[in-house]
Design a protein around this ligand. Structure first.
Ligand code: GTP
Length: 170
């Protein structure tokens, strides 16, 4: 193996579902209630060590607003992994995840690693979590679903670590 592996990860999902917030929680361990909408995309790097091997994640956080949709391919075209994010309190945002899955199946690199984040879990009582459909969708694409909260940090490290480990196995 080369001494430092770098993988490109792209976050996709509807506007305001919490993509930027998940990345900022993961990389800088911060959260803002007033996180502003991303324009086009932003980039952050995270270094981690997995089973003794240094790994760098090049994280591309894309803008979710519909007007930026057409930029998607620029970011996923050569991506190693995609994290698809929706807001667990807003089922419309899950429809957008399904659309991204279809688009990635057609257009993205064939062996792209995928995961789905059901974000804002802090807003839902755990008994009311309704994630069956999202779980079967994840299963159908060989991905795993993570229930996350960028606000509390729940599940956030887990989803990025899962992606990094899957990338190491590729
Ligand atoms: P775009 O840049 O428009 O694509 O949005 P985004 O998906 O990057 O969402 P962003 O991270 O900007 O968050 C949108 C709003 O949701 C902000 O007000 C955040 O504070 C809030 N938010 C993000 N994640 C969570 C979460 O896990 N829980 C709660 N309660 N609020 C969250």
């Amino acid at each position: 193996r080369p001494p430092n592996l770098t993988f490109k990860l792209v976050l996709l999902g509807d506007g305001r579902v919490g993509k930027t917030s998940l990345v900022l929680r993961y990389v800088n361990n911060v959260f803002s209630e007033k996180q502003e909408a991303t324009v086009q995309a932003s980039y952050l790097k995270k270094r981690l060590v997995i089973e003794g091997v240094p790994v760098t994640l090049s994280i591309w956080d894309t803008a979710g607003q519909e007007k930026f949709h057409a930029l998607g391919p620029i970011y996923y075209r050569d991506a190693d992994a995609a994290l698809l994010v929706y807001d667990i309190t807003d089922s419309d945002t899950f429809l957008r995840v399904k659309k991204w899955v279809e688009e990635l199946k057609q257009m993205a690199p064939k062996n792209i690693v995928m995961a789905i984040a059901a974000n804002k879990s802090d807003l839902v009582r755990s008994k009311k979590l309704n994630i069956q459909e999202a779980e079967s969708c994840a299963e159908a694409i060989g991905a795993k679903l993570f229930v996350t909260s960028a606000k509390s940090g729940a599940g956030t490290d887990d989803v990025f670590l899962y992606i990094a480990k899957r990338l190491m196995e590729k």
